[in-house]
Design a protein around this ligand. Structure first.
Ligand code: MSP
Length: 523
């Protein structure tokens, strides 16, 4: 069984921003966790490259749409590489195989009798690539999200008969767990209860799109095309462009992670399209919240957009991942506050976790020949830190299962706090001054080193880099969880046992595993 996990396919109208980076980092943590559990994972991301918005952006830049898409999708690819995102697939909707998949899917939908011709009239938001419901009252209606004028459309299009799926979709959205977090379900239920209307799936006079077979002059509506990217992405490099082949490679998706603004497309339109084509439905759609910055919406006009490239250069991967995953409840809106970011990273990662490792390993090296001290009975499960590590594991597992990264990070951090507390109580630096205390001191240091190792293990999916540096300082192999590394299930299980550090194994000279963040000005 393959676990198929997706980010949205990002529009290439602009450079990647923190919002897309946030979703992608979160999915990366999920993918790494599942791989470590031994699941076979297909983590899909990519770019959504058709439609009017992209066509206009390319025109404004004086480029052909294809040249523009090549440029921006390369920026995404490069950014994900720099962030070390471990995706298995990167799909571009301009991939010729994707066009063939869309055409095959359309044939199935048509064969089900779900394609009809009709007249589309309404107000369109190009930035959303969506018709807006009933803004007729205003003279110059604006998109409530983008605050830009809507454009009036009146054309003959092909429609998908969404209305036929009213009761099936009602049942689906009511299914516990399909829409997560549960708080987002109500909004979709209300939308469905208001009555599903057929929606247009083709455009005339829009050359930058996939041609609709049998309808000259029509291209597919960008969302009809884009959602299918999740299926085209399943094809192996050597596969022909065949819908059935793609489906057996890993459909249905276990989880679509998206922002709350595109929930309707994923929880209503997309399942109905799949039902029409006779394909299984995704198991879960998770709609996360929006990030603001110091309380303000991020936008080019405000000049307050956080550039993921710059964040990476100035702060590093671990710091940003920690802040986003540990501080913002996944599912809720979150506010990026620079001071809080710096404080959390310095307190949690540099002081609590980094110092714990550094001071413990320094003491062990000094007093026990640069190696793991004799454990005495500290290697036994009844040791208080062993018990706390077990409790942390249980909390962590439950949290990761429900995508509560905050609680998972908290469980790891809490274990480090407890280990620090234990060390302060035992005060080995005092005990060591007394005669005959090497045994108990060695055991205490062993227990703390072991607890620190367990913190590193729990951090592996959340902060793979810091986890690897910590394990290395403890003389251990890192827990790899990148693409293709699904075979490590037993290592992860084993690493979560107690007493795994081998007594007498060398401890490398300590180096700080986490630099403190010192920022001169606003990011
Ligand atoms: N192309 C469509 C998705 C098609 S999926 C088949 C799209 N692309 S997007 O690039 O505009 O948006 C991608 C994601 O970024 C969305 O999930 C959106 O919610 C998210 N975000 C955009 N701004 C955001 C924030 N400020 N904060 C968090 N996420 C945000 O929609």
């Amino acid at each position: 069984m393959t676990t198929t996990l997706t980010t949205p396919l990002y529009y290439v109208n602009d450079r990647p921003h923190l919002g897309s980076t946030y979703t992608t980092l979160a999915c990366d943590a999920i993918a790494r966790h599942r791989r470590l559990r031994g699941e076979s994972v297909l983590f899909i991301t990519g770019c959504d490259e058709h439609g009017l918005k992209i066509q206009r952006t390319a025109e404004a830049a004086g480029l052909t749409p294809q040249a523009h898409c090549d440029r921006v999708s390369a920026q995404y690819r490069d950014l994900w590489r720099r962030w070390q995102i471990g995706h298995d697939r990167f799909i571009r909707t301009t991939d010729p195989r994707h066009a063939a998949i869309v055409a095959q899917f359309f044939e199935r939908v048509r064969a089900s009798g779900d394609v009809v011709e009709g007249r589309q009239q309404g107000w369109y938001c190009v930035a959303c690539e969506e018709f807006k419901d009933d803004p007729h009252e205003a003279d110059d209606p604006e998109c409530p999200i983008h605050r830009r004028p809507l454009e009036w459309r009146d054309e003959l299009n092909l429609f998908f008969r969404l209305s036929r799926y009213q009761s099936a979709i009602e049942e689906l959205v009511a299914r516990p767990g399909f829409i997560a977090p549960a708080s987002r379900r109500r909004e979709v239920e209300n939308f469905v209860a208001s009555g599903l209307r057929d929606f247009s799936i083709s455009r005339v006079d829009l050359p930058w799109g996939i041609a609709v077979p049998g309808y000259p002059g029509h291209t597919f509506y960008v969302w009809f095309d884009a959602l299918l990217g999740y299926i085209s992405a399943l094809l192996e490099p050597e596969d022909p462009a065949d819908l059935d082949r793609a489906v057996v490679r890993g459909w249905p998706a276990s989880l679509h992670v998206i922002g709350k603004d595109i929930l309707r497309f994923h929880a209503v339109f997309w399942p109905a399209m799949l039902l029409s084509a006779g394909l299984p439905l995704p198991e879960r759609v998770f709609g996360h919240g929006f990030l603001t910055r110091e309380g303000q919406k991020m936008g080019k006009s405000l000049g307050n957009v956080l550039d993921p490239e710059r964040l990476l250069d100035l702060c590093g991967r671990d710091a940003v991942r920690w802040y986003l995953l540990r501080d913002i409840p996944f599912g809720d809106d979150g506010d990026f506050q620079q001071q809080r970011f710096v404080d959390l990273v310095n307190n949690d990662l540099a002081n609590t976790i980094g110092n714990l490792l550094n001071r413990t390993s320094s003491m062990a090296r000094k007093w026990f020949e640069a190696s793991v001290p004799p454990a005495g009975d500290a290697a036994e499960l009844r040791h208080p830190l062993a018990q706390l590590a077990q409790e942390a594991d249980a909390l962590y597992d439950a949290a990761m299962q429900s995508l509560d990264f905050r609680a998972a990070a908290e469980a790891a951090l809490q274990l480090a706090i407890s280990a620090n507390g234990f060390l302060n109580d035992q005060a080995p630096w005092k005990a060591m001054k007394r005669e005959g205390m090497a045994g108990p001191v060695g055991a205490d240091l062993y227990a703390v080193l072991e607890a620190t190792r367990r913190v590193a293990v729990l951090l592996a999916p959340l902060l793979p880099d810091l986890s690897a540096r910590m394990l290395q300082q403890l003389g251990q192999e890192p827990l790899s969880s990148g693409p293709g590394e699904d075979g490590n299930g037993s290592r992860w299980q084993d690493a979560r046992g107690w007493g795994r550090l081998a007594v007498g194994a060398p401890l490398p000279p300590p180096e700080p595993v986490m630099q403190r963040l010192e920022l001169d000005g606003p990011l």
